[in-house]
Write a protein that binds this ligand. Sequence first.
Ligand code: SF4
Length: 310
Amino acid sequence: MPPQTKHLFGPVPSRRLGLSLGVDIVPLKTCTQNCMYCQLGVHCRQTLNRKPYVNIDLVVSELKNALNEGLKADYITLSGSGEPTLNSQLAALIDQIKQFTDIPVAILTNGTLFSDPAVRADCAKADVVLPSLDAGDDETFQKINAPHEDIDFPAFVDGLCRFRTEFTGQIWLEVFFIEGLNTQDSQIRKIKQIIQQTKPDKVHLNTSVRPPVDPAAQTVSQDRLTEIATELGPIAEVIANFAKTASTDRSTVSRTDVLELLKRRPCCLEDICSGLSAASREISSLLAELEKDNKITTETIGNKIFFKKK
Ligand code: SF4
């Protein structure tokens, strides 16, 4: 991991992308939605306004330095602290990344701006696009994703369909399930219909395994997710737990490294060790210090303890 970069984080273990080197291209929680399961905190800067937001020359230089220093990753992932398609320089950034590395570029997006042809054209420069679809109808969309008031559910679905016809790369759709909100048979049927219309290459089923902002974002059991995957068809899979180790030469990790990682999302000990390529003894001791200094807090979900920045 590059020391003290402003826009990079990780590589962090991702259940979908292996070792994912995150690139932040919008300020913290600048987004078109305010999902109840968001891990980025409650204060969303909700907007539909596309603009540069960050200095892409600086992003490119941080990326180049990190790769020159030997950092390895399976994907360079444009995501991080909000909705990356809000950045109007997305296409220019991908073009520049592709000039100096073969590492594939992925975009984690909520897909709500795909109704804009310019956003679709920008995203079509990536290798993999991972949009979200959590609802089969507008009412459920409002409840789960709390979109900006000018986002229209049919236009959002239409944007996903159009993007499929224009993009030749991989589309891996994520459906985030919340018990009782989108797990009923009627919702599954509607979501399935939209999947058939939008034709992704894969469908990833997710649920709340990390502490969400809203405690009402109830976890769906593994058995029920498996049942839903079967109903959605052969391209659907429950996202498996991740277990791969980062391959950098990093030997020491600082408190700042841990806090930077936890600022983006709550992590368990195993996530932090993988993301920072460090031994659990080293990380445990840093976590104990940070907890004592009141910099982090913990929350237990299932049988795992998650650490969060205060
Ligand atoms: S789309 Fe992503 S960043 Fe935006 S509110 Fe939802 S979970 Fe958070």
